[in-house]
Write a new protein. Structure first.
Length: 87
């Protein structure tokens, strides 16, 4: 008897899963979520030196309320401009 109920349950579940709702609400986001900028100068300092084997890169970190800028000191090349957030 319980086998009969299980089979009926499976059939009803299958039929219900095939029925599409008339209106499916679409969720869209036109703008990115606002993210609070992390101040890299406070975390890493104003200057950062990266050493690997025979290569050394010296970076300058400039942070404001809205953006962080990371520049290579030797050739004045900007490596990163933007926000850094936890998420």
């Amino acid at each position: 008897m319980s086998k009969k109920y299980i089979i009926h349950f499976i059939i009803i579940t299958f039929i219900c899963s095939c029925i599409e709702p008339e209106h499916t609400p679409m969720l869209t986001y036109d703008a990115p979520f606002p993210k609070k900028n992390k101040n890299l100068s406070l975390m890493l300092g104003d200057k950062l030196t990266i050493k690997r084997a025979n290569d050394t890169i010296e970076l300058e970190i400039i942070s404001t309320k809205d953006i962080n800028i990371i520049r290579n000191i030797s050739n004045n090349d900007t490596l990163f401009i933007g926000k850094v957030s936890t998420y």
